[in-house]
Design a protein around this ligand. Structure first.
Ligand SMILES: Cc1cc2nc3c(=O)[nH]c(=O)nc-3n(C[C@H](O)[C@H](O)[C@H](O)COP(=O)(O)O)c2cc1C
Length: 190
């Protein structure tokens, strides 16, 4: 089973990207996490450019989501919402709405900020945006506030937050499992 991890931050030292790397350490057996690193290359959405073939970075993102069993997003908070680059990428993926690769895809949202609240508003906004695409949003939240105090180097060292993150990842994976076993059952039956 493959989980695609999408960070809403472009910074090399991003706490949100580090949070996704921490999630990779907490996966159940048999699950791999791929960190998507193409966000900066996604052009600004222009409906006139939204034709086949799609711009290469957009096609790559759509294919990465389509090829993953689930997607884990980590978002910073920019002015009480999601960073524009993340919203822009999701806008690209969301079209055409009826058959966009996020439709029915299990997704989870976590977040980190340097402030006290751990990007909770941005997480709520991202869930709303993902809901508009038809993604299947799983319950659970990880709000990493005061992020510089929660990491040592690249490692998330707050044990409570690690447990919360492991729980969200487990919930996300469990959301995939019934669909996968259903697929197997129908293949066997056919
Ligand atoms: C343009 C901008 C706006 C921000 N707005 C908020 C905000 O509304 N709330 C908040 O808690 N932090 C805000 N921050 C601080 C970010 O949460 C902080 O920079 C965080 O570390 C960014 O995530 P990253 O480490 O993954 O890059 C803002 C930062 C930037 C650059």
């Amino acid at each position: 089973m493959k989980v695609l991890a999408v960070s809403g931050s472009l910074r090399s030292e991003s706490y949100n990207t580090k949070l996704l790397r921490a999630a990779a350490e907490l996966l159940p057996d048999g699950v791999e996490l791929e960190l998507w690193q193409g966000l900066k290359a996604v052009p600004p959405y222009d409906e006139e450019d939204d034709v086949e073939p799609a711009p290469a970075p957009v096609a790559a993102l759509r294919a990465a989501i389509a090829g993953a069993d689930a997607v884990l997003f980590a978002t910073p908070e920019y002015n009480s919402s999601v960073p524009g680059q993340l919203k822009n990428a999701i806008d690209w993926v969301s079209r055409p709405l009826a058959r966009n690769p996020l439709r029915n895809k299990p997704v989870a949202v976590v977040g980190a900020s340097t402030g006290a609240f751990g990007a909770v508003w941005a997480q709520a906004e991202l869930r709303k945006i993902l809901g508009a695409t038809g993604a299947r949003i799983v319950d659970g939240e990880v709000a990493v506030g005061h992020a510089p105090t929660r990491f040592e180097g690249d490692r998330l060292v707050d044990e409570g937050l690690r447990e919360q993150l492991a729980e969200v990842v487990a919930t996300l994976v469990a959301e995939v499992a019934p669909v996968k076993s259903g697929d197997v059952a129908s293949t066997v039956a056919a």
